[in-house]
Design a protein around this ligand. Structure first.
Ligand code: PPS
Length: 279
């Protein structure tokens, strides 16, 4: 009986999440709600964490949470500590000594403030694969090819990767922005961390840096997976969805998934938006 009740609530929650996802999914093309976002009161020492979906946002959320707190994992969920502005929250979590605001918004839609902006980017091919598995976690039953076709037809609600990156890269002089590549994080995380710390004007001792490096690793984050995936957090016990939000976290895997034709289309998107950074 108890199990049936929990199952009912779990299903209701999943439905609620799906509806919310459809209405509020961060980053999709211009919406009325952006008007509200512009009216929030931002502080000069806020840190915005911006990305196109599936580019390493959660990874950076964890890193910035570690940078601006004691790093203890007695938090319920990372999204409650570093919320998405397009989901209507910017309040500062009690754990953080500085407010960090996540967003998937295009440059044109982001509030232009004196705060610092960290923009995380990842190669399109890998983003596409990650997006496919993300959709599967949310119940998508189509094939990889169908999914990718939807993206290429510009039907993905999260927007267009090239347009997102181009908007931010072209306007880098207009905001105090620091760019981080997912691929560079994978190659030399400590170096990238030092650059982030210097950009945020934060000095930390070696021991704290080591803690951040360890806790931002895939291994550590997987061990605390329930803090990073909201739906799974609720549904885990019911075995509804595999614990798969932190999936593989690899660079170049997209090449193993995309057909030659798909690679060509993806390459065209990179060229169309003159993204030298990924050519
Ligand atoms: S979302 O839904 O937009 O917030 O997704 P996002 O967090 O931007 O991206 C998810 C991908 O990031 C990978 N990830 C990591 N990779 C390496 N190290 C760490 N610590 C890490 N944390 C998350 C995650 O596995 C997703 O990539 P894929 O390729 O699907 O594995």
């Amino acid at each position: 009986m108890l199990k049936a009740i929990r199952l009912f609530f779990a299903k209701a929650y999943l439905l609620f999440c799906a509806v919310l996802h459809a209405i509020l999914e961060p980053g999709f093309e211009k919406q009325e709600r952006i008007m509200n976002i512009l009216s929030y009161k931002y502080r000069d020492n806020d840190v915005f964490l911006v990305s196109f979906p599936k580019s390493g946002t959660t990874w950076m959320q964890m890193t910035l949470y570690q940078v601006f707190s004691d790093g203890e994992m007695d938090i319920d969920h990372i999204r409650n500590v570093i919320p998405y502005v397009e989901e209507g929250e910017i309040g500062q979590h009690k754990k953080l000594n500085r407010r960090v605001i996540a967003s998937h918004l295009y440059y044109e839609d982001i509030p232009k403030t004196k705060a610092k902006y960290i923009y995380v980017m990842r190669d399109l091919d890998d983003v596409l694969v990650s997006l496919y598995y993300h959709s599967k976690n949310f119940g998508y039953e189509g094939t990889f090819d169908q999914h990718i076709e939807k993206y290429f037809k510009k039907k993905y609600k999260g927007g267009v990767w090239g347009k997102h990156l181009a908007g931010w890269l072209e306007n880098k002089k207009n905001l105090d922005v620091h760019f981080v590549k997912y691929e560079d994080l994978k190659v030399d995380f400590p170096k990238q961390l030092d650059e982030i710390l210097s950009f945020c004007e934060v000095e930390l001792d070696e021991e704290t840096k080591q803690r951040i490096i360890e806790r931002s690793s895939m291994t550590y984050m997987k061990a605390h997976q329930e803090k990073f995936d909201q739906v799974q957090y609720i549904l885990l016990e019911e075995n509804y969805i595999q614990n798969n939000f932190l999936r593989k976290g690899e660079v170049g895997d997209g090449k193993n998934y995309l057909s030659d034709e798909q690679k060509t289309i993806a390459q065209k998107e990179k060229e169309n938006y003159t993204l030298a950074v990924y050519q």
